[in-house]
Write a new protein. Structure first.
Length: 256
């Protein structure tokens, strides 16, 4: 059993792999402070709920963009699962080349997404992660990650609306029935969703144009990526488990 952990700014996402199959995915909030024991008990309870014994866990691999949680998280894994987790970072084998100006600036989650998109869908490929931030990373046919674009995520944009405009309410983020909104809530929903669709299509087109690519695959992931990918033909694949699959692929490269 391989445990893959993606520590994002909003959520910690856990995947349980047995062979090539994902046996379960789970989420917990990142921003709540936890001790190593709290993390450890969470993982043991998680395994028990799936009828998995702790001794079946052979390895754990983590990609994190939140350094503050790592000491308690890794300590909890060591104390309760009895394995030393692999951390995605400088020096780890990934199978792709970071060809940006400063590779150390690249977030671990973006590297993992790029690995998964390239390995599973081929290159050139643009991988878009609709997370706290929306990221667009381009991997060429030779496996070089050459460029990335970062924009505010949909939730960040939504929070900016209702936190900075006194009369705008907090709303559910979803696509309204029509862009021709007739009330405040649907007008906000239309602006958020259709604005993101338009931004996504333009960034895809502009990145492809400036990279001089006749064709490229576009793969999306992230919780809100499902909403956007349904509304545009510019996105070819939506894979909600892309990051977890990428962690598995990176883990498999470490023994080779």
């Amino acid at each position: 059993m391989l445990v893959t952990i993606d520590v994002g700014n909003s959520n910690i996402t856990i995947g349980l792999f047995k062979g090539d199959s994902i046996k379960g995915t789970f989420r917990m909030t990142t921003k709540i402070p936890r001790t190593s024991d709290e993390y450890g008990i969470f993982f043991t309870d998680l395994l028990t709920a799936r009828n998995i014994q702790v001794k079946e866990v052979q390895a754990v691999i983590i990609a994190s963009v939140v350094p503050d949680v790592m000491h308690s998280l890794t300590s909890g894994i060591w104390k309760y699962l009895h394995v030393k987790p692999i951390i995605v970072g400088p020096g780890i084998k990934t199978g792709i080349k970071l060809a940006t100006e400063n590779p150390r600036e690249m977030g671990a989650d973006r590297i993992v997404d790029a690995v998964a998109a390239y390995e599973l869908y081929g290159g050139p490929v643009l991988v878009i992660d609709f997370g706290t931030a929306t990221t667009h990373d381009l991997v060429l046919g030779d496996g070089s990650l050459v460029a990335g674009v970062t924009s505010p995520g949909i939730r960040i944009s939504a929070n900016a609306l209702w936190n900075n405009a006194a009369k705008l309410p907090e709303i559910e983020i979803r696509k309204p029935d029509s862009i021709l909104a007739k009330n405040t809530v649907t007008s906000m929903q239309a602006g958020l969703i259709y604005g993101c669709i338009g931004q996504t299509e333009y960034i895809i087109r502009k990145m492809q144009e400036e990279a001089g690519l006749e064709e490229m695959k576009v793969v999306a992931t992230g919780g809100l990526g499902k909403i956007i990918s349904k509304e545009t033909t510019a996105i070819h694949e939506y894979d909600p488990d892309l990051t977890l699959k990428g962690l598995k692929l990176i883990y498999e490269k470490q023994g080779k």
